[in-house]
Design a protein around this ligand. Sequence first.
Ligand code: ADP
Ligand code: MN
Length: 519
Amino acid sequence: MDLVGVASPEPGPAAAWGPSKCPWATPQNTISCSLADVMSEQLAKELQLEEEAAAFPEVVVAEGPFITGENTDTSSDLMLAQMLQMEFDREYDAQLRREEKKFNGDSKVSISFENYRKVHPYEDSDSSEDEVDWQDTRDDPYIPAKPVPTPKKGFIGKGKDITTKHDEVVCGRKNTARMENFAPGFQVGDGIGMDLKLSNHVFNALKQHAYSEERRSARLHEKKEHSTAEKAVDPKTRLLMYKMVNSGMLETITGCISTGKESVVFHAYGGSTEDEKEDSKVIPTECAIKVFKTTLNEFKNRDKYIKDDFRFKDRFSKLNPRKIIRMWAEKEMHNLTRMQRAGIPCPTVVLLKKHILVMSFIGHDQVPAPKLKEVKLSSEEMKEAYYQTLHLMQQLYNECTLVHADLSEYNMLWHAGKVWLIDVSQSVEPTHPHGLEFLFRDCRNVSQFFQKGGVKEALGERELFNAVSGLNISADNEADFLAEIEALEKMNEDHVQKNGRKAASFLKDDGGPPVLYDE
Ligand code: ADP
Ligand code: MN
């Protein structure tokens, strides 16, 4: 049996292609978006719509996955048909693999069905333009009535009946047969079944068209994948993001890099600011866009962080939930700015727009720097990371007057040989009614992570707490230690109740570390 199918010139990487591997240019990060996310976004959307409708006149946003500022056409039926065809081809191939397995069973000699695979030629190759050799004249098994091959000498026959390889009829038939090499989704009509003779000119034009259609289709499919991620934000948010691109501040929003409970983070290439004002900033080449989720649920879980933060306390009571969500973004911005000033490695704030915070991207070429949780460090690097973290925590407490309050290996990135702090929307001042408890929790996470990671020098959680806060809590077990922390917090609150926050000099005149009252 002749099993030679539509063999691609090279066996190509198609054989290795499995369901987990995306054949298109894959976004470097997993896109996660659950139904629950989408549903909660709908709730959020309803909340936001009224208010923002007034502020933003309707603009038609192309339902494009990338936000590039260019108009993207995704409405073509042909494109959709081709995407479906690709989907079908893939399913067909999966079925083929199953058949193949069944056919071969445990037999020592196996038969490969590889050549019957349907996957798009695009997926079969690394798809650099010149890899697809449309003029390949090697035997084409699908030629219905095989034209007489032209021998090496370039002609057959004799005298008047001589036929050269340029013969119109032969060549035309070959061209018609070769059309079968076009992508499966490409409409070539019934020509293949007939004795149709395509001139070289027509064939080449058609070939060119087929190829560009194919690439278009692949590009489109790639975009479709990104758009799934973009659905993680509501239309109003998308509109705000679109405006950032439209204004030129961002060049392209490439896709989603993280979908969390409370935020969705996108990667974008920075553009430039038009206005030549002195304070206009240089936009970083790569940006991260953190979109705070505008759901009531999450805000409820977290209000303890903000409601008691005296910086926001006055405003809290007057605000509606949507505005409180914006305060999260604002809080992250302020906290990052403080950290930046202290020289702590962290993202630089680029822009705050409602619940969207644009900052510099920690990473390179769309690949975010790994979290300490994910990165495999040598023991030397691990030790180095530990000392850096200790120093960061002290700087944060003493110079920024902040407690991270969600510090762990998940919110520390390893980039350019340094530990970078991110995710500081919930960070509070140490004098926050629960500030010291938050600090203790941070210390526990950090201590456990580095101790488990084999750093012998890593302080235990209680020692670390004292080393960061400068407090001298001597309790030698956790319960007592925590009791002391809570007593301190209470004393502090009582002082505030008595004397008022403004009267209290929590900060030294030089802006140094806060002093907790222990009178
Ligand atoms: P969440 O509240 O969802 O945890 P984070 O601020 O921690 O929000 O962001 C989620 C993830 O997005 C991070 O773990 C990190 O991988 C990525 N990320 C966030 N900000 C940046 C940034 N500035 N540069 C690179 N990656 C970032
Ligand atoms: Mn985080």
